[in-house]
Design a protein. Sequence first.
Length: 182
Amino acid sequence: MLSTLFFMGMEGRTISDLFINEQIRDREVRVIGENGEQLGVMPTRDAMKLAEEAGVDLVKIAPTAKPPVCKIVDYGKFKYEQTRKEKEARKKQKTVEIKEIRLSPNIDTNDLNTKVNAARKFITKGDRVKITLRFRGREMAHMNNSKHILDDIAQALADVAVVDKAPKVEGRSMTMFLAEKR
């Protein structure tokens, strides 16, 4: 009856981690009936008899609780419901992408405006934006003088974005993250 389906179930466990019927080794368990009603704490044998009389399985759904919680339910149906809930949760999840915009320290104002407009478009779509100022050759000597470019971008996008991570020098580049204003 135990399947080797591997998907995330309750509390980050896989469904195949759930114990059913004879696999439950606890002396006492808290039992929940088929319709969700509390049947109380009872010896595991009695809970197994109740499940057997109903013609369904005893499934341990909360092994970390004291005493562990078991539910009288048809295991196949329970497993199906769990997979469906997981699928629904994954559908509703929104993945936030990080879009990168690369600049050089000697960028012209019009080019900068174009990059700002691109960043604005990404942010309004709900993505985070990583703005990278790349330095090459002699530009490395004047890194501190170029921080104002990132500050200007943050200023220009202040109406739609907030600075998620302040400008930071990493090797030959300076990066800053912008996120949508809540």
